[in-house]
Design a binder for this molecule. Structure first.
Ligand code: GLC
Ligand code: MG
Length: 425
């Protein structure tokens, strides 16, 4: 996040079966969302992931799925809030959750009932989790509630995905964690212009009840969330039932709520000439567009998804200044304007493969009226490039985004577990 003021848009999204479609092995819908977010929103908006996963399983998911780096990650069903890339924990929130929380007593009662504990990584300071079969869920929940009541305990029980039972402090959960964040933003005078919450299962229900949000229940939602929606009294116009699955359902909701722009750069051909561009943009937005569209066009060229034409090649070449330099991660310096010619022979080399290139963490800094430094992470699925790139770009009228790349400096992204590995789906 480069902005200091209020986010224009805040998207708060669940991960499993909302942002991430486990049936979409190429992650096509997630990549559509990623491209839109990076090109249009990242510079002034806030992406929040709200997941049931512990930090351990969150990173495990990131290692094989092209998830962007969120501004805030809320994990373990709203019991852990982490800020920024270095995941700074919100200790204030954790302290609030201690209120009336007796973890040992909860474990004791569950053990008496012989409940099946989830794996160790998912047992957290303010979350105890079990597997409970759908057919016995109602009975188990009722019995637990009785026993807790008898002991003077009042935890929150959430059943999700027709299999997971989470027991949390009464003040915890995805909804309360979001409400807490909203209070913080308000106190700082940074209330987002619009907040869109996105979910598919039981533990997401609370998100839709937070004040001043609109929400999308994705097309593949679980029965328990649809049932909650059906039973939920009052005005529901702020909740959109998408027909499309997962991230595509989020894009559908952006259109429904008229959150502009909502068309992903992956949903139309990349502009090849200055005449194809609708409205010229300047600065950070133009630079972000350029990065997203350039990487996308390279991906399409390598996959053979665009014609092997002079226009496409020219689009790739014209944004490189004839005297530009590329400092490679391994130290060599070359001229990309000349090198791009050898790119001809790679046309279609990734055809039929699960291949994608995407950008994460695009940041733009204005150097002067007509020049910018852009930094971003470039990820490539199959192959071995996970680069951190820094570009120096300058205004140049005859290109689709009005920019020309002067200097490209790449560095290996190290010690980072991201979705570029060969093992990715
Ligand atoms: C994630 C967590 C699990 C939790 C479930 C539902 O799968 O790993 O512990 O029960 O979400 O919230
Ligand atoms: Mg989910």
């Amino acid at each position: 996040m480069e902005f200091n003021g209020a986010p224009r848009l805040m998207i708060v999204s669940d991960l499993d079966n909302t942002m991430v479609d486990h049936q979409d092995h190429e992650n096509k819908s997630l990549l559509r969302f990623d491209a839109l977010w990076e090109a249009e929103y990242n510079h002034d908006s806030l992406l929040v992931f709200s997941t049931g996963r512990s930090p351990h399983l969150y990173f495990e998911l990131r290692s094989h799925v092209p998830l962007l780096t969120p501004g805030i990650a809320i994990m373990s069903v709203g019991t852990e809030i982490k800020y920024g890339e270095s995941m700074v924990p919100d200790h204030g929130w954790e302290q609030e959750l201690n209120e009336g929380w007796d973890r040992d007593a909860i474990v004791e009662e569950a053990t008496k009932l012989n409940l099946k504990f989830q794996v160790e990584s998912e047992q957290r300071p303010h979350k105890v989790s079990f597997y409970v079969e759908k057919k016995s869920a109602q009975e188990v929940l009722a019995t637990l509630n009785e026993r807790f009541k008898a002991r003077g305990l009042n935890p929150k029980l959430i059943y999700s995905g027709g299999v997971d039972l989470d027991i949390l402090p009464q003040g915890a959960g995805k909804g309360q964690a979001l409400a807490y964040l909203m209070r913080k933003f308000k106190a700082e005078g940074r209330t987002p212009g619009h907040t869109l919450v996105c979910g598919d299962s039981g533990n997401d229900a609370e998100l839709f009840a937070v004040a001043d949000v609109s929400g999308v229940i994705v097309g593949n939602a679980q029965e328990e969330l649809l049932q909650w929606h059906a039973e939920h009294a009052g005005d529901k116009s702020h909740i959109f039932l998408a027909t499309e699955r997962c991230a595509s359902g989020i894009l559908e909701a952006m259109k429904h709520f008229d959150l502009q722009p909502y068309v992903s750069p992956r949903d139309h051909p990349v502009a090849l000439s200055v005449n194809d561009k609708q409205a010229p943009k300047i600065g950070a937005v133009a630079a972000a567009h350029e990065v997203v569209e350039y990487l996308l066009l390279i991906e399409q060229w390598l996959r053979g998804d665009v014609p092997n034409s002079h226009q496409v090649h020219n689009r790739l070449k014209s944004v490189l200044a004839p005297d530009s330099s590329l400092v490679h991660a391994y130290g060599i310096i070359s001229n990309p304007y000349k090198e791009i010619d050898s790119f001809h022979s790679l046309y279609g080399s990734q055809n039929g493969k699960t291949f994608a290139i995407w950008a994460d963490r695009i940041r733009t800094m204005e150097i002067s009226d007509d020049s910018w430094v852009v930094r971003f992470d470039k990820w490539q699925r199959t192959g071995l490039t996970f680069f951190f790139l820094c570009l120096f770009i300058q205004a140049y009228a005859d290109t689709p985004n009005g920019l020309q790349w002067k200097l490209i400096h790449e560095t290996w992204l190290s010690g980072y577990s991201g979705a570029g590995s060969n093992s990715s789906a």
